[in-house]
Every structure is written in C-alpha cells, then in structure tokens.
Design a protein around this ligand. Structure first.
Ligand code: SF4
Length: 369
C-alpha cells in the first residue's frame, strides 16, 4: 500500500522547507565570525551564552577573548582564584553568572573529568543554566534539535506570523517555544537556531528592520501589511525606579578604604568604596545629598569629618532602576572606631586597584582617583 501526503500538507511542508533553506543560506553568507563558531567547542559555547545573557554582543566579545586567554579549559577555570574570575568579569554586571560558571567548572572537574556534558538534562542541571541556555548549548555545541527562544527570536517570529498576543505573558511564550520547535529542520538546529537569532540581531531589528535585505520577507505577514514595528506586542511597561546613592572615598597615607560586598547581596563578591542608598523616587538637593552622606558615613564609621566634597556623579542602570551615584571625598577625617558593618574592609594603594574586582561604577571611581 503506498502512502500519499495530502496536497495541502505538501504545500505546508514545502513552505516550511523554503523558509528554513532561505534562512540557512542567508546565515552561511552573512553570519558574524564569532570565536566560538570556529570549533563549536562546548566550553566556549557555554561561556559565550552565559556572557550574552543580559549583555550585548559588542560588549561581551572582548570579555570572552580575555576569559579564554586566562582560562582556556574547564580545568584551568576550576583552578582559578575567585578574585581573578570576578576581576575578568568586572563591568559585565550580573556577577552571579561568573560565580556560577566558576563553581560549575569545579563541579565538572570533580564529577565529570572536566568534560562538559552532552545530555540535555545534565546541561540543564548545571548552575546558572535555564531552559533557554540549555537549548542553546545543546543545539549550538552538539547540534541537537532543541528549541530556543530569546528576545531576537521572539521579535522575528512575532513579525513573521503577526502574533498579536503579548510576549510578556508566560503562557504566550510557550506558544513561541512550540512554534520554534516545529520550525527546526531535523538535524540542522545548530545553523537554524543561530540563523534566527542572527536575523533578529542584524536585519530584523527593533526599530527600522531592514526588510529589503531579509531572506524570509516572502513569508512575513508583518512585512506584507507594512506593520513590523507593531510587533512584538507587550502587555505592560515596567515602571523605572529612580534611586540616589552616594559613595565616599577615604584616603589615609596614600591608601584608600574599600570593602567587600557579601555574597548574597547585589554585586556580592565585589569590592566597593563605601556606599549608601539615599532615596527612592525622590530628588534630593545637592545640600541634602551631602548632609545625608556625611550623616550615614559618620554613623557607620564614627568618623569625625571636617568636610566632604563632591568629586563627580556616575549614572548606572540595572533592572528597572535608574541610579545616580554621587561620589564624595572626605577631607580631613579622624578615624575613631573604623567600619561597623561587619563587612571585610581593607586600605589599599592605587597600584593594588587592579587586583580587586569592582562593579563598573566603582571601577570608574577607581579610575577617577
Ligand atoms: Fe523582520 Fe522585515 Fe524580515 Fe519580517 S521581513 S522578518 S519584519 S526583517
């Protein structure tokens, strides 16, 4: 008995295949020459995926190169000092990512001979790896047919299919996962998944997508209706919180006071010049900022200050927060009891700054000095 495919089904399969082929041909000709694309070595793919969470490609690339030079293998990373690991992550933000990779490298050396696992479930069980990253590593490093959905893929698929369901609603995201899984050509996930993401990054951009250059415009409903910028649809905008904070530089005998943020706090494991939050969603006058900073510093250190003077401001943004960090330097102070926070603190010279990992704002303060 011969098996016949229904003509409509035949057309659907052909459309799918043409979409896949157009996209993959475009990717082969236009992909960026990224270092982990040379050999698709699992450790490199892992590090790149973790660095690219919350970070733009242009920012992450120099970090990736420096990291691979310092820690070329999982074994080398496992042996590294945590201060050095965080120092190489300095400025990338979301420092738990670096701590998780480091811890996981040690675990892989102890339990798996320093080899990155190939099985999806094992990849998913590694600290700091969720559904997206596990799918990305399984498909990109091992060419396993696993779906992935990131911001670029959400944008491309929502435009191609003109999906008007908000993408920030969890159950709607599931729809994208299923759709992406159905689109993957069997045995071709490595190229296809990267091609979809690359299309989102290089052509189907948030504003002003370059539809004229798009290899899948013939399939794109948003292109046909000239409405790409209407997608993806979002249900709500998260409110930004404005924060004012202050950091204080204390210098004694050409040494500066820094302290270590405890693990478990934001930026845990990083060093900072003493810093305090001053206000949320309330603008303070320059006099209020200075007086409040002096009060908090006196309370914490029991220092007697003659004066503190402003040396600059630093803007920093993190998840839904817009922060202004006012930087002060203490002029003539008398140390009475020393820091009371219980946090580890040290007086270090300028030369020693390079040995201590700081958040990017505090690295800027160090550079100011
Ligand atoms: Fe995006 Fe335009 Fe391509 Fe549609 S045609 S996927 S909107 S770049």
């Amino acid at each position: 008995m011969s098996f016949r495919i229904h003509p409509v089904m035949n057309i659907i399969i052909m459309i799918f295949m043409t979409f896949q082929q157009n996209l993959i041909h475009w990717f082969r000709a236009n992909q960026r020459p990224l270092p982990w694309r040379k050999h698709y070595e699992p450790y490199e793919v892992w590090v790149s995926e973790i660095m690219l969470q919350q970070t733009q490609m242009d920012t992450a690339l120099p970090y990736f190169k420096r990291w691979m030079k310092a820690f070329p293998t999982i074994g080398a990373l496992a042996k590294a000092d945590s201060k050095k690991v965080l120092k190489l992550w300095e400025g990338l933000g979301y420092y738990s990512r670096a701590r998780n990779i480091h811890e996981s490298a040690k675990h892989l050396v102890q339990k798996n001979g320093g080899v990155f696992p190939q099985e999806y479930e094992k990849i998913l069980s590694i600290k700091g790896i969720g559904r997206y990253t596990a799918g990305a590593i399984a498909s990109i490093a091992f060419n396993e047919d696993r779906p992935i959905v990131d911001g670029n893929i959400l944008r491309v698929l929502s435009r191609v299919y003109a999906i008007s369901k908000p993408i920030d609603v969890e159950k709607n995201k599931e729809l994208f996962w299923k759709l992406q899984e159905r689109l993957i050509p069997r045995g071709g996930a490595r190229e296809f998944n990267q091609a979809l993401m690359e299309l989102g990054a290089l052509v189907c951009s948030k504003q002003d997508p370059a539809c004229a250059l798009c290899p899948v415009r013939g399939f794109c409903k948003a292109f046909k209706t000239k409405t790409p910028e209407n997608y993806p649809v979002k249900s709500r905008k998260k409110e930004m919180v404005k924060v004012e904070a202050a950091a204080l530089v204390l210098e004694k005998n050409k040494k500066y006071l820094i302290r270590l943020r405890p693990v478990g706090k934001i930026m845990g494991g990083l060093w900072e010049f003493p810093e305090w939050k001053l206000s949320r969603n309330r603008t303070l006058s320059p006099a209020q900022v200075r007086n409040k900073t002096a009060r908090l510093a006196e309370k914490e250190f029991s220092f007697g200050f003659e004066a503190i003077r402003p040396v600059g401001t630093i803007k920093r943004n993190y998840t839904h927060h817009l922060e202004t960090l006012h930087v002060f330097k203490a002029e003539k102070f008398e140390e009475k009891t020393g820091p009371k926070t219980g946090w580890v603190s040290r007086w270090i010279s300028k030369k020693e700054f390079v040995e201590y990992p700081f958040s990017s704002a505090h690295a800027k303060i160090a550079a100011m000095l």
